[in-house]
Design a protein around this ligand. Structure first.
Ligand code: CAA
Length: 385
């Protein structure tokens, strides 16, 4: 089925279409073993390595630092294709690209960029972003993790929760409070390496969906983080987190879009094969109406994703359009996956047909990088300005 090519108003370039096609071709490789990875919470090590080789781990990073030098529109197209098959692979890719590489390239020092970006882009190492805490998820300014200023280093103490790439990452961008009196303006972001003494990771969470990706807690006890590992000026950490998440939401929106369009593609295939009452079920209006609703919502979600990406590429304000894309696309992912299971009937309820996995994977897109309720707060703040 033709998908992104129908968005004529965006006039996708030859390069963007080539990226989409390369991602679509690569995604076919992800079908192999995807059920097993999901069932056994097996991290897609080989697949991530290949994503690095193909340039999907540092898509928007300049070639100077080992990246692919592509735009956000290309990133959205690639995220959709990979998410159509395996949303676990795409969240690993999204966090590495949007939250870690983009944040480092945009705000890091030359030394920090040279030290970490080439290996993050090649897939040699993976990055993680650590903002959430046991008592600070949506309420992100309430950071309990502390980074005490000790002169030449920070002393890091605290716990982070729900960290994507938590056990597999080598580099972590950790948000921590240095000066509580200054509230959000007293927060810093530090680059923490896996082997720094005092840093341990918790066990992998046993999750409903995106089970191939690893999520865990991080515990810091008197971890000495050199001052040169701080990104940006003293107190920049909260603004850093908000900026990075604004772009990250475009990535998660396109992940949701991919889960939705994957649900539709499998449903179209099944509806043309499966017979009931003497004809393919695609000939029944009850099924046609579901397919039409799914296709309409998916096209609308894609337009929102591409709009947010274009806003980012054109240096516009993308906090609102990114939040709108995530809010809408994550609902479309959930609705489309539920309908896909319904269309598949009993087959939809078993693992071999993939749509039950899509249904489980879709849910997290309404939760991480800001719940749907947080997206509404972001959008309403912008439109009420
Ligand atoms: N860009 C730059 N600065 C921003 C900003 C943005 N998009 N949004 C807020 N800020 C700034 C504000 O201007 C303000 O700065 P000043 O003090 O200088 O004026 C400062 O940040 C504090 O802002 P608010 O007072 O508005 O903060 P708030 O407490 O009201 O919170 C919020 C705003 C939008 C609710 C925010 O807390 C938020 O986004 N929460 C959700 C966090 C989130 O997405 N968590 C997900 C965890 S990460 C994850 O899931 C990753 C993963 O592993 C997949």
């Amino acid at each position: 089925m033709q998908t992104a090519t129908s968005t004529n108003i965006y006039q996708l370039t030859e390069e963007q279409l080539a990226v989409r096609d390369a991602a679509r071709e690569f995604a076919q490789e992800l079908w192999a073993g995807v059920i097993e990875r999901d069932e056994h919470q097996k991290f897609p090590t080989e697949q991530v390595k290949k994503m690095g080789e193909l340039g999907f781990m540092g898509m928007m990073v300049s070639p100077e630092y080992g990246g692919s030098g592509l735009d956000t529109v290309s990133y959205v197209l690639a995220m959709e294709e990979i998410s159509k098959v395996d949303a676990s692979c795409s969240v690993i890719m999204s966090v590495n690209n949007s939250l870690v590489c983009w944040g480092l390239e945009q705000y890091g020092t030359e030394e920090q960029k040279q030290k970490y970006l080439p290996r993050l882009c090649s897939g040699e190492i993976i990055g993680a972003f650590a903002l959430s805490e046991p008592e600070a998820g949506s309420d992100a300014t309430s950071q309990r993790t502390t980074a005490e200023d000790m002169g030449d280093h920070y002393l890091l103490n605290g716990t982070k929760n729900w960290i994507t790439n938590g056990t597999t990452a080598s580099v972590y961008l950790v948000i921590a409070q240095t000066n509580p009196e200054l509230k959000s303006r007293g927060i810093n972001v530090l680059i923490v390496e896996k082997d720094m003494p005092g840093f341990i990771t918790g066990p992998k969470e046993n999750k409903l969906g995106i089970r191939g990706s690893d999520t865990c807690s991080l515990m810091f006890t008197d971890v000495k983080v050199p001052k040169e590992n701080r990104i940006g000026a003293d107190g920049f950490g909260f603004k850093f987190a908000m900026q990075v998440l604004a772009g990250g939401r475009i990535g998660i929106a396109s992940q949701a879009l991919g889960i939705a369009s994957g649900s539709l593609e499998l449903s179209l295939k099944y509806a043309k094969e499966r017979k009931a009452f003497g004809v393919e079920i695609a000939k029944h209006q009850a099924i046609q109406f579901k397919l039409a609703d799914m296709a309409t919502n998916i096209d609308a979600a894609r337009l929102l994703c591409l709009q947010a990406a274009a806003d980012k590429d054109n240096h516009g304000d993308y906090a609102k359009s990114g939040a709108m894309a995530k809010l809408f696309a994550s609902k479309v992912a959930m609705d489309s996956a539920v309908e896909a299971v319904q269309i598949h009937g009993g087959y939809g309820f078993v693992k071999e047909y993939h749509v039950e996995r899509f249904m489980r994977d879709a849910k997290i897109t309404q939760i991480y990088e800001g719940t749907s309720e947080i997206q509404k707060i972001v959008i309403s703040r912008e439109i009420l300005k």
